[in-house]
Design a protein around this ligand. Structure first.
Ligand SMILES: CC(C)[C@@](O)(CC(=O)O)C(=O)O
Ligand code: SF4
Length: 454
């Protein structure tokens, strides 16, 4: 029996776990985990011990990991040195600029951890480039295709759009990885989503993932990989692809992933990064399920309260009054999101009829908006533009909702109380829909303003 002892536990190889190795091809997720665990091949269900290439911590996760370290230390574990500080990057994003003393304390703790452990890649508010971790990972090329990437955040899955195996883990697992450089993974089964055709103007990646979440449900991909392929993916800009993988976790997925294509390889080449494995699934790879989507027929979507999977075509709720339109977060605060929203505002050339809150996800987005005149477009529409942060996405600050208020939001979760008062209601939608709805003060199909009709 081949086993890998992990901290005393005995992990069993493929012959004992899951299906015996077959001569079927492998999915991209299986290939990445095989490479990271030094195996020729792995199959869904196998438990492997894999090297982790990159770890991300933010101002909510780092304090949690610190607490685990203190617990381990009290049990005699040496937590004075990390396996490899160079594998770690950190950013302050959830509660910054700190809206309260506790958040400021968390930032101080991150500073101490960076100093104590020699963590150099540390993006700090008020000290240059920083922002929401999943957008920053892309903009600063902090994760490469083919890598195993773990973050203290469930939306770490976002980076799967660039061809990495990217997943969120709890503080204990991340603490283990920081001390050992590896962890155990059960190889997930993969559901394949073939995206065919092209999105129509006014329809975005957010509409794709909301449609899929509505179809498979909030538990439709529990512990599975959600792989997206087809000409529809290739036709999507990288940042819109990221919106799709970002919300795979809302279906319970372990990871969301797209094979890196020429766009991705060119993007990294421009960032001076190359030499990574550009993997893709074999033609005879084994899938749990395969779903086909014709993007050319996809309508703008919303997720109604109180679940990201409570999806409906926008036409079902069009005209519903909103108290706030929120444009921001790792899901809908990227540069591409701001550009698509600004197109709507420029076309209408008038002020918003409801409270309009805009929070660019990083300083990079903010600067491009300033340089390209997009800030003026939003300010001319009456919006308030905040500093990069997770903000109201998590009900932290920057426009949290009051009792019984209704918002349309480019974020990814609308559980009760997620963005403010527990009686508030949030409709998740694309950045284009958020902008159109801000203008009308009601949930509005962006194509009405773009002129595409519907
Ligand atoms: C850390 C948390 C606030 C998170 O950013 C991601 C998570 O669930 O880990 C969220 O959006 O809920
Ligand atoms: S923007 Fe929202 S979903 Fe994204 S990491 Fe921050 S809190 Fe989580």
């Amino acid at each position: 029996m081949r086993s890998d002892a992990l901290n005393g536990a005995t992990l069993l190889g493929p012959s004992h776990m899951g299906s015996a190795a077959s001569d079927m091809g492998m999915t991209i997720t299986e290939k990445i985990l095989a490479l990271a665990s030094g195996r020729q091949r792995v199959s869904a269900g196998d438990v492997v011990v894999a090297k982790v290439d990159r770890v991300m911590m933010h101002d909510v996760g780092a304090p949690g990991v610190w607490d685990v370290f203190q617990e381990l230390k009290s049990r005699g574990v040496d937590v004075s040195r990390l396996f490899n500080p160079g594998m770690i990057w950190m950013t302050e994003d959830h509660f910054v600029p700190p809206p309260d003393p506790k958040s400021a304390e968390n930032v101080r703790l991150m500073e101490q951890m960076a100093d104590m452990y020699g963590i150099k890649e540390y993006y700090r508010f008020g000290l240059g480039t920083y922002g929401v971790c999943h957008t920053l990972a892309y903009e600063e090329a902090l994760v490469l295709p083919g890598q195993v990437y773990v973050g203290t955040d469930s939306h770490t899955v976002t980076s799967g759009a660039l061809g990495a195996f990217a997943t969120g883990m709890g503080h204990t697992d991340v603490a283990y990885i920081l001390l050992n450089g590896k962890n155990w993974f059960r190889v997930p089964e993969t559901i394949l989503f073939r995206l065919n055709g092209r999105l129509r103007d006014g329809v975005m990646g957010k509409d794709v993932i909301l449609r899929i979440l509505g179809d498979i449900g909030a538990d439709g991909a529990n512990y599975m990989a959600m792989e997206f392929a087809g000409d529809g993916v290739r036709a999507m800009p990288l940042e819109d692809r990221m919106t799709v993988t970002n919300m795979t976790v809302e279906a319970g997925a372990k990871n969301g992933i797209m094979a890196p294509d020429e766009q991705v390889i060119e993007y990294y080449r421009e960032k001076g990064k190359s030499g990574f494995p550009a993997l893709s699934s074999d033609g005879d790879a084994e899938y749990r399920d395969v779903h086909d989507y014709d993007l050319g027929r996809l309508e703008p979507m919303v997720a109604k309260p109180h679940s990201p999977a409570n999806a409906a075509e926008l036409s079902e709720v069009e005209g519903l009054e909103v108290d706030e339109a929120y444009l921001g977060s790792c899901t809908g605060g990227k540069y591409y999101d701001m550009v698509q929203a600004a197109r709507i505002l420029r076309k209408a050339n008038r002020k918003a009829k409801t409270r309009f809150v805009v929070v660019p996800s990083t300083t990079n987005v903010y600067r491009r908006m300033l340089r390209e005149g997009l800030l003026d477009v939003f300010l001319d529409a009456g919006a308030v533009v905040g500093p990069p942060t997770c903000g109201a996405c998590i009900g932290g600050h920057m426009g949290v909702l009051g009792p019984d208020e209704v918002a349309v939001s480019s974020t990814n979760r609308n559980f009760p109380g997620r963005m403010g008062h527990r009686t508030s209601k949030v409709y998740l939608a694309s950045p284009a829909t958020v902008a159109a709805s801000a203008l009308e003060g009601r949930i509005t199909d962006p194509r009405r303003i773009l002129g595409g009709g519907n």
